[in-house]
Design a protein around this ligand. Sequence first.
Ligand code: SAM
Length: 209
Amino acid sequence: MHTGEQYHQFMLASPRDRRVRERFQKLALDLLPAGAAVLDFGAGTGIDAKTYAADGHLTFVHEPSAAMCEYLVQYCRDEITRKTMIAVASPLACKVQAVTANFAVLNHFADHTSLFEELSHVVHHGGFVLASMLNPYYLGDARYGWWRANVMNLLRRGHYAIASESRIHRFTPRIVARAAKPHFLLERLIPHGFGWATDPYMFLQFRRT
Ligand SMILES: C[S@@+](CC[C@H](N)C(=O)[O-])C[C@H]1O[C@@H](n2cnc3c(N)ncnc32)[C@H](O)[C@@H]1O
């Protein structure tokens, strides 16, 4: 188990994770209209939230882990003081153009139906949800027994969970898209082609219908 600060330092020191984060942030910022409000759901220590706030977006953060929150409050002290960043105990406490969930937040859920239902009250019509999730096809994981043991579950059911990973769930994009309906439409999926084998994360962009 790591503290919020350890997580923060680890993520910033990892070149691979920094590259993934930069791509995710660029996607989010390119999609966000100027000045639009955003909710960073499962914000961790506030790394993305700080970037969104710096770009002029009123940024709400929702983070259930006390350790993550504790470090977020330190790292984003200035933004919180200036009220360009606002911590919310529930996503329902804000109304925004976009919800972002970077680095596997949605892999903590066994099913996303009620989450998307909740987010339908949070995101304006025409707004979006952008999530990065663990890529269940990533071949870098094929060296692990749990990956090989679950390939058939993935192909048959589109979903499996591993108890040894604190019940982190892996999904095919189709299963998440089904849970998002009827409130959200999956309109963009990254990677493409060979990236399905080589990218550890997939980005899913949902439009609020
Ligand atoms: C790998 S961290 C990613 C943190 C942050 N988004 C980032 O980019 O660094 C996964 C986060 O999901 C959060 N999380 C777990 N279950 C959650 C839930 N039910 N609702 C919201 N966030 C959750 C955890 O507390 C953790 O901060």
